[in-house]
Design a protein around this ligand. Structure first.
Ligand SMILES: Nc1ncnc2c1ncn2[C@@H]1O[C@H](COP(=O)(O)OP(=O)(O)OP(=O)(O)O)[C@@H](O)[C@H]1O
Ligand SMILES: [Mg+2]
Length: 448
């Protein structure tokens, strides 16, 4: 056996009894060949097994790789789908708003804009498509009264963190409302600016028209008040003469007046008085509305004022079969009022109560102090007022619906005048009523 024999071969040779010194026998050679052959066979076997397992595992690896690839692809596609959907919604929202919207980044590139903004500022689509803010602003500026100032302001705004909300009138007369604010990311980094523009011309026009109408109505109302004031004055003078002269005739009448003549004359006096009281109401209202009515405020005894009014109206109440009483404690404080106007307020309320109460009913006038001053209450057990009519009560010339055939005289001015007078005193008037059961008017006046 020579040097360099592979140790495995050496071992085989030793197994066969061949020593390194002698040449192996033929038998030994044959045995060796057989052994070597088997070894090759075994090696073949091992290699085959190894190759098979490598093949199997590499196929599995491939499968795994494919599966992973497929999974990440579907996930990626789903994610992509979601992002696309959000973007589509955002886009549709941008288009659906009434505002023109423009979002510009720090490099003055337009990152989002809707059609409305182009329409509002009459910017051609191809200009919008440049997505260059400077170009767009330049086109828009021609719509503004001072294009240079508009461009300069846009530059200034984009360099600032200012939030701005203002209104501009364009050359063509449209009014544009603008809201402009920096766009900040969650980390506070400013990445651009968003501007919302809205055409508010319709609102502004409506407002202007309303204001115009209000001024016109006020002027008309003032003219009406002035006219009424003059008219009433003109009416009052001859009326006073008619009444005064008729009174005189009645007083001095005697012989020349027949029964009929006296009756006619009495008719003239009654109608004249009624006419005069109406003219007085109109005059008073007109004076108040024209701002020409002045009050002479002084402390007035509440009890005295009420008792005087009740006393004066008791004959009328009695003639209608209505009981009328005052219930005021003597210690009731005085009120701050113009005595003549307070009497007018009380007469109006009490005469209404009597007028709208049927026979056997009663009217009570009372007074008490509460948190809002002295409360003077006029309560009756009369016909009452429907809830719907209550809100019309204090308007001039409004007479709420009365049962047909039962329409006591009057112009519907009493309550309007009463309310104006109470307001002028810094007081208030309220009413509670139940249809068919009665009404209570409460006047609050300041304590003297
Ligand atoms: N106490 C009351 N009970 C029921 N209805 C009332 C009462 N007071 C007022 N009204 C209703 O409110 C309307 C308006 O009252 P207002 O005093 O302003 O007018 P008027 O009494 O009809 O006329 P004028 O007072 O000018 O002579 C009355 O016509 C009546 O329908
Ligand atoms: Mg009245």
């Amino acid at each position: 056996m020579t040097e360099g024999t592979h140790p495995l071969l050496g071992r085989l040779l030793r197994k066969l009894g061949a020593s390194q010194a002698e040449v192996p026998s033929l038998e030994a050679w044959q045995g060796l060949l057989k052994l070597v052959g088997r070894t090759y066979q075994e090696a073949d076997q091992d290699r085959y097994t190894l190759e098979r397992s490598i093949e199997i595992s590499s196929r599995e690896m491939q499968g795994l790789y494919e599966a992973l690839k497929r999974q990440s692809e579907t996930e990626l596609a789903a994610e992509r789908q979601r992002v696309m959907q959000s973007l589509a919604i955002l886009r549709a929202t941008l288009e659906a708003t009434v505002d023109g919207i423009l979002v510009v980044d720090e490099k003055r590139r337009v990152v989002a804009a809707n059609k409305r903004i182009g329409e509002l500022l009459r910017i051609p689509e191809e200009v919008m498509e440049t997505r260059d803010h400077h170009t767009i602003v330049e086109h828009a500026s021609v719509r503004y009264p001072d294009p240079k100032a508009m461009i300069a302001e846009s530059e200034r705004l984009h360099a600032s963190r200012e939030i701005l909300h203002d209104e501009t009138t364009l050359k063509d007369g449209r009014t544009i409302d603008r809201y402009s604010a920096p766009v900040a990311l969650l980390d506070g980094n400013i990445v651009g600016r968003v501007t919302f523009l809205r055409d508010i011309s319709a609102e502004r026009n409506a407002h202007a028209q309303l204001e115009h109408a209000r001024i016109a109505a006020e002027a008309a109302s003032q003219a009406k008040s002035n006219f009424l004031a003059t008219m009433s004055h003109e009416l009052r003078t001859p009326l006073n003469a008619v009444i005064g002269l008729s009174d005189l005739l009645l007083l001095q009448g005697g012989d020349p007046l027949s029964g009929k003549q006296r009756e006619y004359l009495e008719g003239i006096v009654t109608s004249g008085r009624h006419l005069l009281s109406m003219v007085n109401d109109v005059l008073d209202l007109a004076k108040i509305e024209a701002g020409k009515q002045q009050l002479e405020i002084e402390p007035v005894g509440t009890q005295d004022a009420i008792e005087e009014a009740v006393h004066a109206l008791r004959p009328i109440a009695a003639s209608r079969g209505v009981a009328l009483e005052a219930q005021v404690a003597p210690e009731t404080p005085q009120v701050k009022a113009d005595p003549i106007r307070l009497r007018q307020i009380l007469y109006n309320l009490i005469s209404n109560a009597v007028k709208f109460t049927n026979a056997a009913g009663f009217v009570r006038v009372s007074a008490a102090v509460d948190g809002r001053g002295v409360a003077i209450r006029v309560s009756d057990t009369g016909i009452g007022i429907a809830p719907d009519d209550v809100k019309r009560l204090f308007r001039a010339f409004e007479q709420v619906n009365l049962p047909s055939g039962d329409r006591p005289g009057g112009t519907g001015l009493g309550l309007a005048l009463t309310k104006q007078l109470v307001d002028m005193h810094g007081g208030s008037i309220d009413v509670t009523s139940q249809l068919g059961h009665g009404t209570t008017f409460t006047v609050h006046l300041p304590v003297a």
